[in-house]
Design a binder for this molecule. Sequence first.
Ligand code: NAP
Ligand code: GLV
Length: 306
Amino acid sequence: MRISFCCTDTKAEPWLEGLRAALPQAVIEPWSPGAPLADYAVVWMPPQQFLTEQTRLKGIFNIGAGVDALMKLDWPSGAQVVRIDDGGMAVQMAEFVCHAVIRHFRELDGYEVDINNGKWSFRRPRLRADFPVGIMGLGVLGERVAQAVSHFDFPVLGWSRSPKSIDGVQCFSGQAQFNEFLAATRILVCLLPLTPDTRGIMNLDALSRLKPGGYVINVARGAHLVEGDLLALIDSGHLSGAALDVFSTEPLPPAHPFWTHPAITVTPHTSARTLREESIAQIAGKIQALQRGEPIAGVVDRNRGY
Ligand code: NAP
Ligand code: GLV
């Protein structure tokens, strides 16, 4: 069995070492143009040339949860694309979103400003009932986040494509229930995959429907958000701010207004990182399962886009 490694912006050596230890029977090499045909690939944002040349691939393992970069490319006809299925990302996402929700709810940014000015002052406690948290996307990450946020006794709502039932979460689904979901939400969390249906979903119309004082936490992809619409609604006072981990252009350009906006917190696409050891174990386990002819989780549906 031959495995080709083709990951942009990724240090190859530790991955190759880990994959070779987990799959000692396989020949595992970094890809270069004209390389021998492989059976499986481990990829992150590969060039089209890789997928065009590697016509024998049966499985293409993406070392992230989001497959939007792969969706723009043509895949070999016999290949299935497999995303990382949690792999330690769900707990990271849960802690990151809970932190952002709590920082906003408890006004910790305001306290930090006061403390830095040597000011000992209190803000009036707020009611969590007034801060319903609505999570768009109830998949591997969204469901874990919904459960984690509900432990802090916030009202939690969720919205997905197909109907769901999750303890402690008021679930909405489909386009027909989208506006109802938004109208009941004050803190909006985006954990959707980026697809033609979800690109630009956080736009002026949708964000205007949030409860007054609404707050946006985007931890999915930058292109879910129409950045100018967010700024307009913060500046008009309808929204109170945002915590943004992902951006339409990454790295966020130095002159971008998000860097300095007092109501916006920026992080560098770090809410849930791919964990190498967990991911290698997951990919190796799935390759072994496919070799035995068994089904695996996390296979991407090209028509659905995720
Ligand atoms: P997932 O398991 O595929 O879940 C996706 C969820 O979105 C599902 O609940 C799905 O509904 C829902 N959905 C998809 N299209 C929809 C639509 N048109 N309308 C309503 N709901 C829709 O994905 P995941 O593993 O949770 O990851 C979600 C995304 O997080 C990834 O695609 C990636 O872009 C992003 N991410 C970001 C970071 C970061 O560091 N910032 C890290 C990891 C992942 P159904 O359940 O009905 O299918
Ligand atoms: C990170 O953004 C991922 O999709 O895993």
